[in-house]
Design a protein around this ligand. Structure first.
Ligand code: ATP
Ligand code: MG
Length: 438
């Protein structure tokens, strides 16, 4: 037997409804914020990620799936979405479109060679968004609000929004030097990765998962204390906007992000009820990346975005009060006898064209078998149709929720089903003129 690759998973039919709920919320909330979907390939030239994400990041150093194609080109399965979106914006000159800022979102599989565990896979899915072309702190706040509203739409409420600022390029440069000076005398006490990072990319030391509780890191200088006046003003404006919207957040002075390209605002949202999962409790990470577009040979335009891990949303959804409803079947047709099969199929088809989910007994089992199959599928209505019914042009309809069984003229069938979908337990036949529905 050939098994799935380590760090991947199948989404089986019984689990798909939860994914679809997340996907529906992505579309609905993105529409509210007027973000438009963009779809890019899942592999790109390796150089895009090496330059975009950063040579010194863990992702590029240790986690990318790089390979040579048969034409000897170096290609990489995308480990994240932003670099591809920026590549597409540059290549298709979307930055020149009349609608600015460009508000884009994406969702799809990403690939990282990581140690698989709960909430961490080698193929995982992200929902991400990018707003390109505006330096306004209001857009930073809009992006954070978009992420928070999406969680609210999924009823994931027990969260902490953490924000921080790394400042502009000058602030980052000043801070980097300060941090290196601070770390140098004690660097041997930190892990081997930190020993490497502190030279190449000292900010990442603060993001270390091994040493996160080490007092050396806890007491390290913080980026927020090294902001230029301009960067400080930008951050204050973001905070003012978040306050105006009424979002609850905490300023986390130690928050930095794992990718090289961030400037100014960075943020993460953690699920509080997943704290036991440690680093895997982070549902979304994002921030401003004002230099990325230019560094990928595009024009000098600022941008800000986020990326959610969708598997972690699924974990967070497990503890949401109202469970996600399973997809339901409105009608299941039990046709009795070969002579009525054609008619029964037509009845089912007409109901489907009216927007009702219907299924059919395709095995031509005996009566007991047919009812067993119906029981397993758990439809709202059982339709029973045999020679007698065909003669009288009626269908026997059983509402499985309250057990009421009625004989309904074929001509009224659709109206009967539709008017009874939301009337749990009502025994009205759909034309009594006494009840609320009629
Ligand atoms: P982490 O610190 O958890 O490794 P990251 O900083 O590498 O996250 P980003 O690159 O910012 O994460 O990706 C954004 C989000 O994507 C994360 O907050 C997380 O929800 C999700 N994510 C990242 N890597 C994985 C993975 N291997 N499996 C599942 N989800 C992931
Ligand atoms: Mg990571």
């Amino acid at each position: 037997m050939i098994n799935k690759i380590k760090g991947t998973y199948d989404i089986l039919p019984d689990e798909v409804a939860k994914w679809q709920e997340i996907e529906d919320s992505i579309q609905n909330v993105s529409k509210l914020f007027n973000f438009k979907e963009i779809r890019t390939p899942i592999f790109e030239y390796s150089e895009l990620f090496h330059r975009g994400v950063g040579e010194t990041t863990d992702i590029v150093k240790k986690e990318t799936y790089d390979f040579k194609d048969r034409g000897d080109r170096s290609v990489t399965l995308r480990p994240e979405g932003t670099a591809s979106v920026v590549r597409s914006v540059i290549e298709n000159k979307l930055y020149a479109s009349a609608n600015q800022p460009l508000k884009l979102y994406y969702q799809g599989p990403m690939f990282r060679y990581e140690r698989p565990q709960k909430g961490r896979y080698r193929q995982f899915r992200q929902f991400g968004a990018e707003a390109l072309g505006s330096n306004s702190p209001l857009i930073d706040a809009e992006i954070i609000n978009y992420a928070a509203t999406f969680l609210e739409a999924l009823r994931i409420k027990n969260i902490t929004i953490k924000i921080n600022s790394l400042g502009d390029a000058l602030s980052k440069e000043q801070y980097k030097r300060k941090l290196q000076e601070y770390l140098e005398p004690n660097i041997e006490e930190l892990c081997s990765d930190c020993n490497r990072r502190y030279k190449e990319n000292p900010l990442r030391v603060l993001d270390c998962k091994v040493d996160k509780d080490n007092p050396i890191l806890k007491e390290a200088p913080k980026p927020l204390d090294y902001l230029t006046e301009e960067a400080k003003y930008h951050f204050e404006q973001v905070i003012e906007a978040l306050d105006a919207i009424g979002l609850n957040y905490v300023i986390d002075k130690s928050l930095v992000r794992g990718l090289d390209y961030y400037t100014h605002t960075v943020f993460e949202i953690d699920a509080n009820n997943m704290e036991s999962l440690g680093a895997q409790a982070t549902l979304v990470g994002g921030g401003r990346y004002n230099n990325l577009v230019e560094s990928l040979d595009g024009p000098d335009i600022p941008a800000v975005g986020f990326a959610f891990g969708m598997e972690r949303l699924l974990l967070a959804l497990e503890s949401v009060d109202k469970p996600v409803v399973d997809p339901f079947i409105h009608c299941f047709m039990i046709a009795l006898g070969d002579e009525v099969q054609g008619d029964a199929l037509r009845i089912v088809n007409d109901l489907r064209h009216g927007g009702l989910t219907c299924d059919y007994d395709f095995f031509n089992k005996n009566l007991k078998g047919k009812f067993k199959q119906a029981e397993r599928l758990n439809p709202m209505f059982l339709l029973i149709y045999g020679e007698e019914e065909a003669k009288d042009m009626v269908v026997n309809v059983k509402d499985t929720r309250n057990g009421v069984q009625e004989t309904i003229p074929l001509a009224n069938l659709y109206h009967y089903i539709v008017s009874h979908i939301n009337t749990q337990g009502s025994s009205c036949s759909g034309n009594c003129s006494d009840c609320d529905e009629c």
